[in-house]
Design a protein around this ligand. Structure first.
Ligand SMILES: O=C(O)CCC(=O)C(=O)O
Length: 213
């Protein structure tokens, strides 16, 4: 299922038309959607996010060992949702007014609201994320995920699980990649490391946590 087109409101279409040459272009050839938006927020949130967010290294289990990542991370939500990932669990910090404001701005653009946000902060290109899916059972299945980027430009790679087909997009400062439909089932995504990137980047992935019926 592709959630996007039926849901884009007039404001979103105006925004898309104004900000993007490739209006409504799906970067994926099949099995889900990846829609790229430029110039998403009116004001640069970088410094405020750096200061306000309760950043901590991620703790992940790998090959039976518990590892602390260099990348910093944070988990926020409208409620204290429990996020389980790589065998670890964390409880959401309640959305700050600033995160709520960002969420409502992107909801106006894409037509979807979000009740949670996983944040990542990468000091430079030595930090990245290997191929994975955001398919946790606690998320509403096939609900879009809005991934916002601030700071350094980074490449983002998608790889189809069956065909191995690859799609790459450059995530610019103040951009949003809206991932929709079957993407989390059929495609893996990664943020490759790069020696060329010397600046910091902050990433916000707004998600819809399953709250029950
Ligand atoms: O920083 C990024 O753009 C990647 C983030 C990501 O893959 C994730 O949070 O699942």
């Amino acid at each position: 299922m592709d959630w996007v087109f039926g849901h884009l409101n007039t404001k979103a279409l105006t925004h898309l038309g104004r900000m993007n040459d490739n209006i409504g272009l799906n970067l994926l050839p099949f099995d889900g959607g990846a829609y790229y938006f430029k110039n998403v927020l009116e004001k640069d949130p970088f410094t405020k996010l750096e200061r306000e967010i309760s950043w901590k290294p991620d703790i992940v289990k790998m090959f039976g060992k518990t590892i602390e990542t260099k990348r910093l991370t944070a988990w926020y939500g409208k409620k204290p949702f429990i996020y389980t990932y790589s065998g670890m669990s964390k409880t959401a910090i309640i959305f700050t007014p600033f995160l709520k404001e960002i969420e409502s701005q992107i909801a106006k653009i894409c037509g979807f609201t979000f009740n949670s946000c996983l944040l990542n902060s990468y000091r430079d290109g030595n930090e990245g994320m290997s191929y994975h899916r955001d398919n946790e059972r606690t998320l509403v299945e096939e609900y879009p995920i809005a991934s916002l980027s601030f700071g350094a430009e980074r490449k983002f790679q998608l790889k189809h699980r069956e065909t191995g087909e690859k799609v790459e997009v450059l995530l610019e400062n103040n951009s949003m990649l809206l991932m929709t439909g079957a993407i989390q089932e059929q495609w893996l995504h990664a943020l490759p490391k790069s020696k060329k990137v010397t600046e910091k980047r902050i990433n916000l992935t707004f998600r819809q946590y399953f709250e029950g019926k």
